[in-house]
Design a protein around this ligand. Structure first.
Ligand code: IVH
Length: 252
């Protein structure tokens, strides 16, 4: 299954238009949504065979990504062996916490002071947690990845063989949690557009209260049969929408 991107917008009206399109296409008004933080990290696809991690890949062009299995095996939050012997694909976001990023940045800056004193060229300093996380995952030497404090939020269950079947997204998240994956505690099942908009505006105001970076909210139709009916364009699914926060400004 290709790793698609998300249709997105920046305003309450954009979210309202997404809800209207979903209701029109499904011919119903009672749609439940899962509202989730949009984690600012690196998308990952994890393949397990009979409960054992066999492959981890980045998104790349959506069909072919980079094989980062050896590096992913060093991340403690990602189970090498699941609680059940199922074969499945799990998707999520790998990220570095703000605290770990600040520590890494300070270390690199200190290293550069020492290098400058001895006339050596500086090493690169990560500019934000997303950049630091992606750089840490793409190291040629897995022991460097192991030394960086990376973590993961699981947000999507792909194909499952030899496990239960599901009718809703929130039930798949509970299953992912039972398998041993970190599932974000802020994810909320809501039953109205008003609650979706409230969730979006809450996190726009409180994004910096979280110990990790988010750059928006992802709104997903919860019922899996509805997702089938809504389908996807060649670029993004019609059952999900990303409400993006305005870009952050900082002095360079
Ligand atoms: S679902 C087809 N849920 O956003 C839908 N994606 O702009 C698959 N992302 O590549 C994605 N948080 O890396 C989903 N809670 C979340 C997410 C999330 C961050 C990223 C993901 C994706 C990108 C799309």
């Amino acid at each position: 299954t290709p790793m698609l991107s998300l249709n997105n917008g920046f305003t309450d009206d954009d979210v309202e238009a997404f809800d209207r399109r979903a209701r029109d296409a499904l011919g119903r008004d009672d749609i439940e949504y899962c509202a989730e933080p949009k984690f600012d990290g690196l998308a990952i696809s994890l393949v397990y065979e009979e409960g054992v991690l066999v492959r981890a890949a980045t998104r790349g062009d959506g069909t072919t990504g980079e094989d980062v299995t050896a590096n992913v095996r060093t991340i403690r939050a990602i189970p090498a062996r699941l609680e059940e012997r199922v074969s499945c694909e799990v998707r999520g976001e790998i990220y570095m916490s703000v605290e770990s990023f600040m520590k890494l940045k300070a270390e690199k800056e200190q290293e550069n002071v020492e290098r400058a004193e001895s006339g050596r060229a500086p090493v690169s300093v990560p500019v934000n947690p997303c950049n630091a996380g992606a750089g840490s995952l793409r190291q040629k030497d897995p022991s460097i990845t192991a030394s960086r404090d990376l973590s993961m939020w699981a947000y999507q269950l792909g194909e499952v063989i030899g496990g239960p079947q599901f009718t809703s997204h929130h039930a798949t998240l509970e299953f992912l949690s039972a398998l041993g994956f970190p599932v974000n505690p802020e994810i909320t099942l809501v039953d109205s557009l008003e609650s979706v908009v409230r969730f979006c505006n809450h996190w726009k105001e409180h994004r910096h209260d979280l110990p990790y970076d988010i750059d928006g909210v992802v709104v997903k139709v919860d019922r899996l049969a509805d997702r089938e009916r809504l389908g996807a364009t060649s670029k993004f699914p019609r059952w999900a929408f990303a409400y993006k926060f305005p870009a952050q400004q900082a002095t360079t």
